[in-house]
Design a protein around this ligand. Sequence first.
Ligand SMILES: Cc1ncc(COP(=O)(O)O)c(C=O)c1O
Length: 376
Amino acid sequence: MRKPQLIRPLVRELHAYVPGEQPKIKGLIKLNTNENPYPPSPKVLAAVKAAVDGRLRLYPNPTAERLREKLAKLHDCQPENIIVGNGSDELLALATRTFVEPYPKGGVPRHPNWGLRKVRPPALVQYFTPSYSLYPVLADIHGAVKNALPLNPDFSLPSLRELKLGKAWDFRAALTFVTTPNAPSGRGYPPGELDELCRAHKGVVVLDEAYVDFAEENAMTLALKYPHALVARTFSKAYSLCFQRVGYFIGHPELIAALHKIRDSYNVNGLGQIAAEAALNDLPYYRANFKKIIATRGQLSRELTKLGFRVLPSQTNFILVQPPRFSAEAWLQKLRARKILVRWFPPPEVRNYLRITIGTAAEAEALVRAAKAVLD
Ligand SMILES: Cc1ncc(COP(=O)(O)O)c(C=O)c1O
């Protein structure tokens, strides 16, 4: 007898997002998932510990009210401009569900560009490649159509003129994701360029600023300037809180209210809210960490360059490098054999590179020693 098919075809065929390895073996230097090498501020740890008592039986504040008030002060806007999520990943998924229609009749064109002209722009999720590899997965989960346009070979954004002339970019797309600074290249984008891009779009544009605290510039003003632009931020990277899962969007109250409508009632856990609030009470601690990470980024880039690596300039807490002598994939294994974990991505535009998270100065030195040993 044929087994009944319990799972939707879309889910059966889905290629799920693959997160970086969280190794079970101890003693590895973990430079593969862009976590912050420094612990959260002692004040954050104290606040979380103090909250671990009988109150855990209660539901947390459903809209992360106190945290939104603090964030509103920080970014000079209103709490109505802000939604907090279970990591910014949750908000990227919510944006897809809020702004994008699934492709009609339950079927998505098989080839990414097949029939794109016929696709109603409301069904379109658009992004540049390479960028955060979650975006296409979110589109697939939702049954939306994807439009991926390659960045320039140096990972800069194509100019507005090129985008308009090239015709492959659709300014009417329901949702456009821009990772800025870009991941995995680390390249920063000038706010002026992002402003032009937002202005030209008819649909929602999410500027994903997950790494912006390590950059010289940011585009937060655009979220408050345009009714269709959202800026995504996270406490994961700069604020050493990956474990707690807290991220937020800032944008026009109308977009924010729509996102609130479809989120889970208690989407941000209570300890996460407390940790994020405490982090905002100790910004000088974090700003000192950003400085250390940026200094290590410069030092590591110089050392690897001396060893023959091509290191791309970075505005993030990672660097993208083209290693010498062996393939990037071989380097991944060779470094792992020396207990150093970095990240390698198979797509053609990045397969010759390794992405290395900036750790402590001591971890950077260990990486340089391992690289020398591989080359010897
Ligand atoms: C570009 C980008 N956006 C968003 C995220 C998600 O961050 P969060 O931990 O807030 O879900 C990541 C995480 O790696 C990322 O690289």
